[in-house]
Design a protein. Structure first.
Length: 118
């Protein structure tokens, strides 16, 4: 499967963005799709993921929502109440199961930059 992430941008603190991860070549229903982020000088970290159930890192619970549109083969990450510490490059990735460790993911989209100004 090929993944294409989009939707990043510059937003003020408290604002919202919606990221998209479009799949091609194979249905995303076959995979667990996760969103990760990597800030400068930091390791890539799990943010949210889903296949049938949804999972979130504690740092984004209540602010971020992951969802999918099966007809469009796309997974979304709605990010509300954004904070400067959410600034990072965001990646979507696909794996065979629910993992928070990025090394378990087989397929990656290119990153999309999210910058939250204070």
């Amino acid at each position: 499967v090929q993944l294409q992430a989009s939707g990043g941008g510059l937003v003020q603190a408290g604002g919202s963005l919606r990221l998209s991860c479009a799949g091609s070549g194979r249905s995303l229903l076959t995979y667990f799709v996760g969103w990760f982020r990597q800030a400068p000088g930091k390791e890539r970290e799990f943010v949210a993921g889903m296949r049938w159930n949804t999972y979130y890192d504690d740092s984004v619970k209540g602010r971020f929502t992951i969802s999918k549109n099966n007809a469009k083969n796309t997974v979304f990450l709605q990010m509300n109440s954004l904070k400067p510490e959410d600034t990072a490059v965001y990646y979507c990735a696909a794996a065979r199961g629910y993992y928070t460790d990025s090394v378990r993911y087989d397929y990656w989209g290119q990153g999309t930059q999210v910058t939250v100004s204070s």
